[in-house]
Design a protein around this ligand. Sequence first.
Ligand code: OXD
Ligand code: MN
Length: 601
Amino acid sequence: MKNLAPAIFPPKGIGDVRPANKAVLDWVHEIATLTQPENVFWCDGSEREHEFLIAESLNQNVLVELNQKKVPRSYLHRSNPNDVARVEQFTFVCTPTKQEAGPTNNWSDPTETYAKLRGLLAGCMRGRTMFVIPYMMGPADSPLTKIGFEITDSKYVVLSLRIMTRMGEIALKQLGNDPSAEWNRGVHSLLDVNPERRFICHFPQDNTIISVGSGYGGNVLLSKKCLALRIGSYLARKQNWMAEHMLILGVESPDGRKHYVAAAFPSACGKTNFAMLIPPEHFKGWKVTTVGDDIAWMRIRDGRLYAVNPENGYFGVVPGTSNKSNPNAMRSIAHDTIYTNVALTDDGNVWWEGKDGEPPAHLIDWRRNDWTPQSQEKAAHPNSRFTTPMRNNPALDPDVEKGEGVPISAIIFGGRRSDTVPLVYQAFDWNHGVYLGATMASETTAAATGAVGRVRRDPMAMLPFCGYNIGDYFQHWLDIGKQLTNPPLIFNVNWFRKSADGKFLWPGFGENMRVLKWMIDRCEGSGGALKSPIGWLPSPHDLDLAELDIDHNAVDELLCIDHEEWQKEIAAHKEFFDSLGGVVPEELQERREQLAAEFDL
Ligand code: OXD
Ligand code: MN
């Protein structure tokens, strides 16, 4: 087997900060006995350790140094071309019964899966270094904050987790010495990066994740999709809170009134762009700030939902990011960033499709081949990524570290739909909002392997991330609603509707402020709306479209509800619910029947 991760031998004082917690030490011992590493490196997250790991990564070609004048302290990583996205087909939820994992997850028996994984892990770190990474998800003083440990043989994972989480001594301190404290066990090995030995397995009952055979972010940064969403959603139901695939943003009016909204869009549908939105000139004085761009943990407090972002950085899709589409992201990724699978310019800078300016005359593409503007292939992989600290974001919300979280005024669902779904509409009430979330759909993107552009139902954008039975998840949403005296309003948006000739009808990006403003008006009881069969819909006059160059017909089309398209849509809702095999709560079935009756079905 090709040695993908040769051992490193740090000088004294680096890699030797052991946790005091006996339960952690016993577990590390158990994994080391199984995987047989050359040495164990205990990460503390310090600057010194970081510098050492960067130097080693450059030595071993795990990273390429970028032009330090153009992108200071930033590096390029290229993953194996067979390993560039999440692999939903190799992702498993291993609950004692198949029923608990439910109809939307791949299930496998925990005993058999542990045995299979132990076989794959046996001796897999011979000649390699085993890193033990303590990390914390959420601000230190939040009741939702969780501790995780990830054992890995990948330096790229260590360097990335230092950006994506609060890593090192802060996590050890938070965990303390209590051997019965709750913490997540994560084990990752690259093995030989072979898709035939690639499995991402979750054992919610044991608070354990084991991921093998991949080096791609979403499969191996176990803090993110694996802990914060799959295991997180399981714990959230048990502990009466919510773990959601949502950005969180703050929006402040010129006179200082501030609201927070959380929005669930599927992967690569613009969560990062929306979270960093810069209002257009017409909205002078309005300010949008980012709490999070991908994950929201929410709990009930005083009858309201309060959200924290468990993460500490952004793992965003690069292509399409420009000073036009997302200036705050461009400023964030201008330094201290790890790029994965973008193209390299001749002067050591990074490039991707959709970056500002003309494509350079020559590049090295993400596969390490020469590239010119005449090349047929994309220079950057469509799912190439940046990993950047949230502190780089000029629009970071000042309350991002507040342990109690930020109060949520509105929840937004949205997908990528060329037709049928209007630009924006509002649910009649919480349970109707749950129905909107449960039936949302989106055209698939490059974030996961498989066909791109196919409409698939993706309830609450959680289809790949809900760690238990989706029917119970819907019920959990309904149960949370019963406990809220001041629930957020729920909306559905679609930035991606197209005209008959295939052009986007809505300009999107910063102009989404216009839609956000209507939603905020609704929260404040001031925005106008028309009652439609699918929800409250703005009339063109209710949206502030001043100084926007948009055709009246386009606005009508954006807001129109086409009877036949909706008949098909509601039939698709039924098909989806039926495909789940009887787990959908009665309340949502009834909502569907009421909606069907409105459309003579
Ligand atoms: C992500 C995803 O990486 O949703 O955030 O795939
Ligand atoms: Mn995501």
